[in-house]
Design a protein around this ligand. Structure first.
Ligand SMILES: CC(C)(COP(=O)(O)OP(=O)(O)OC[C@H]1O[C@@H](n2cnc3c(N)ncnc32)[C@H](O)[C@@H]1OP(=O)(O)O)[C@@H](O)C(=O)NCCC(=O)NCCS
Length: 189
């Protein structure tokens, strides 16, 4: 039975269909929460901390780009999973900018959140900072955008909830995400 929002395929049990909050046609009234109701970026927000060990760095003591990418993918994947409420795979990683080096012994803080969601795909923005000095001052190091796709139990793309921006910053990320999606899909295949 379709939900009123028509963004998902809610299947209502016979008991729920007979509930007084449902219309005679069986459509859920607004008081019944649709699983695809929008979610704020705070739902998906992730903060992950790593310590750069000798095996993570090259002979100059600079952290390997591939190691930072691994951490970015992991933090982004958790954010996507939180928003989707289930498994999600990395479809693409674009716009990775290694703005400043991260050194052996640094504490690395990764912050990720879902900026915008379309049908089954989500753009996740990740910012990476390094903590240095006795007062653990944070310095910006790397930023990246990734796209994750939510999967159903058969491994097929599954619809996810839209993102509802909560702050001006969230709104800016949300607005810019559409243009980034257009560009990344233009070079997809
Ligand atoms: C990502 C994947 C599920 C997409 O499957 P698909 O059959 O191509 O699906 P579709 O063409 O129906 O696209 C599904 C969604 O993914 C998006 N998508 C697919 N490829 C994409 C790419 N390279 N970049 C950004 N988005 C992409 C589509 O735009 C669509 O988004 P929407 O539903 O929000 O409109 C599939 O390509 C896959 O499984 N890739 C391997 C993933 C993987 O192994 N990752 C590493 C380990 S996690």
């Amino acid at each position: 039975m379709p939900c009123l929002a028509q963004r998902c395929v809610c299947v209502l049990s016979p008991e729920l269909s007979a509930h007084p909050l449902l219309s005679p046609a069986g459509y859920a009234l607004p008081l019944v929460v649709c699983p695809l109701d929008s979610k704020g970026p705070h739902v998906s927000r992730v903060e992950m901390t790593q310590l750069v060990m000798p095996s993570d760095a090259n002979a100059l003591g600079t952290t390997f780009g591939g190691k930072i990418l691994q951490w970015i993918d992991m933090a982004g994947g958790v954010a996507a999973r939180r928003h989707a409420g289930g498994p999600a795979v990395t479809a693409s990683i674009d716009s990775v900018h290694f703005d400043h080096p991260i050194q052996l012994g640094d504490v690395v803080v990764l912050r990720a959140q879902v900026n915008r969601a379309w049908r089954s795909s989500m753009e996740v923005g990740v910012r990476v900072e390094r903590e240095t000095g006795p007062d653990s001052t944070r310095h910006h190091a790397v930023r990246a955008y990734l796209t994750f796709v939510a999967l159903d139990e058969h491994g097929r793309p599954r619809a996810v909830a839209p993102v509802e921006p909560a702050t001006e910053e969230d709104q800016r990320r949300y607005d810019q995400a559409d243009e980034r999606r257009r560009q990344r899909l233009a070079v997809r295949r």
